[in-house]
Design a protein around this ligand. Structure first.
Ligand SMILES: [Zn+2]
Length: 246
């Protein structure tokens, strides 16, 4: 398996060596890494580690490395993901929008409005969805339990719904997440969040967010998320149906 770690660390303090040592002790080796200076003192370090090791307790050990300021994200990455999104693991600095959304969570509406404002409609759908996916992965990384759910329904109940608590009123029914009420839906700028796709508006950011969280869970099959009902289309709820794709 391969795992991705994103760390915020002190630049001059040998953080990578410390983290590599911990990884080796858990049966992983560093197969790729990239250090991106953030300011005079700190850097972002992205590490892809491979191996058949035990990732239990890895998080605490990495966080205990003295040069590490924060373990921003740690999750399993899949071959398909590495192939499909090379830029994700090739060491780009984290998207500043994702950083802002996760920092200001759950007060995301102002940030989403600002993000969407300069975008055209076609661009907006793709970009809002991708932003949701990336944000979902980071949100999951921060909550990642030591025993992550491996079934969709459990993932929705144990991680997704609780993460959305202050953002939306939700209910889980089987593999569907139902959103009854959300500030995102009552926004004055609803046009920016519900974008027409084949004349059918849907919640791009929320769809991406649900997929991003579920796909970040190690042991969870890859999933896709489809919004089968949407308040923006006149339905009384938004239903996000999750389907396993392998
Ligand atoms: Zn919707």
């Amino acid at each position: 398996m391969k795992i991705l770690l994103i760390l915020k660390a002190r630049r001059a303090a040998g953080a990578l060596a410390g983290v590599a040592e911990i990884l080796n002790g858990h049966g992983f080796y560093v197969s790729e890494h990239k250090l991106t200076p953030r300011d005079e003192e700190t850097a972002e370090i992205r590490v892809i580690a491979s191996g058949e090791g035990d990732s239990k307790h890895l998080r605490e050990k990495v966080e205990a490395v003295s040069a590490v300021i924060e373990l921003v994200e740690m999750r399993e990455v899949y071959a398909t993901e590495l192939a499909a999104e090379p830029e994700r693991v090739s060491g780009q600095p984290p998207d500043p929008w994702v950083e802002r959304l996760t920092r200001e969570w759950p007060n995301v509406l102002p940030v989403l409005k600002e993000f969407s404002a300069p975008l055209g409609e076609t661009d907006c759908e793709h970009k809002l969805t991708s932003l949701g996916v990336d944000t979902g992965a980071v949100i999951y990384g921060r909550r990642a339990p030591s025993d992550p759910p491996t079934r969709v329904e459990a993932g929705l109940m144990q991680i997704v719904a609780p993460a959305l608590t202050d953002l939306a009123r939700t209910k889980v029914r089987g593999n569907t997440l139902r959103v009854m009420e959300t500030d995102l839906a009552s926004s004055e700028r609803v046009d920016l969040l519900f974008l027409p796709v084949e004349d059918k508006p849907y919640c791009c950011f929320l769809s991406g967010l649900v997929a991003g969280m579920l796909n970040a869970m190690p042991g969870m099959p890859r999933v896709r998320v489809e919004e089968t009902r949407c308040i923006a289309r006149g339905d009384h709820v938004c239903d996000f149906k999750v389907t396993e794709i392998g």
